[in-house]
Design a protein around this ligand. Sequence first.
Ligand code: PPS
Ligand code: MG
Length: 381
Amino acid sequence: MEKDKYTKELEVAVRVVHVACDLCGRVQERLLSANIDHVVSKDDDSPVTVADLSVQATISWLLSRIFGGQNVSIVAEEDTEIISKDDSAGLLAAVVDTVNHSLASAPKYGLQRPETPLRTAEVLEAISHCNSTGGPSGRHWVLDPVDGTLGFVRGDQYAVALALVEDGKVVFGVLGCPNYPVKTEWLNYHHQHDETRSNLSSTTPDAWGKGCVLYARKGSGEAWLQPLIAGDKMLEWPNCARLIQVSSVDDPALATLCEPVERANSNHSFTAGLAHSVGLRKQPLRVHSMVKYAAIARGDAEIFMKFARSGYKEKIWDHAAGVVIVEEAGGMVTDAGGRRLDFSKGMYLEGLDRGIIACSGLTLHDKLISAVYASWDSSNL
Ligand SMILES: Nc1ncnc2c1ncn2[C@@H]1O[C@H](COP(=O)(O)OS(=O)(=O)O)[C@@H](OP(=O)(O)O)[C@H]1O
Ligand SMILES: [Mg+2]
């Protein structure tokens, strides 16, 4: 790969993810402190908030402004259906307000703000511009505006995930993790309390640090972490970025497994069986969102497994950014058959074999793949 390819795209992606993290932090604080709802259920019963829609509109608008709307194809999680309903006027107004507030702060992140605030129709257009379905050719931005919305509304972990896919391959990924501190004490805290942290407002910001943005370019062999910026500071590129690497632990007895919080999203008893059979002894760490990929890339955990119920189709925006960051930090991510994930088939990870296994290294990965083969037939999955 040419060394300078995607340099501008990556820098812009990191900057817009910083904008989005700031937006999410403000909305989450409001949500927790004032108990403002504006959390609605989509048809599949998953929650959507002002933050999901506002981040999608903001990132879509910024990318279109910078690269030209006709050049920007975006595959993203949200659409305008939920805010086009008659009883959603309050939600829509809150989204327009949040987007404009956020875009007004774009210069702090080295980006241009609009000359005048966006009108409602422009915000709706920015959201629905993200209606691409991706595919095997061309350049597609892949966005999960708030991944782990459940974690977000619980005051817990969530991520803003943006990746660029070209001709079916992820060429870089950016993961904003606003509640995942730059230092790793958070994991110890989590173990001590054994339960997901339930209310951010009950902890001081100092105790948690400020969150971070991770990014990696495919083939570079490097994955980077930047702190979020605090207060009135400007985002100076590359903002004290430091290299991160996966853990060197390959003894299963010392390894930590990360998995989804909700058993509806991943079969906990199956993954517990796999973990036990390869010799894992530590309590699994249950974390919302792609912060699980961040934990592997940073060396805070060694294994991430997700085995969704049969029939559930994984979406590319839930994995694209995390996979490239883990791989460039030295780890590996495959399906349960040991094959790399395929981002070339549209919005779903078509052909995914049973589940996803991300590891810090080959030894643990081989053991888990063998364990899947040994136990699948009796798993009832
Ligand atoms: N039934 C089912 N099975 C598997 N996966 C599902 C399912 N339903 C939803 N999703 C997708 O999972 C995303 C959340 O994954 P998490 O790992 O964060 O789950 S958890 O909250 O920790 O349980 C979640 O992402 P967000 O919608 O962005 O939060 C969904 O894309
Ligand atoms: Mg998601």
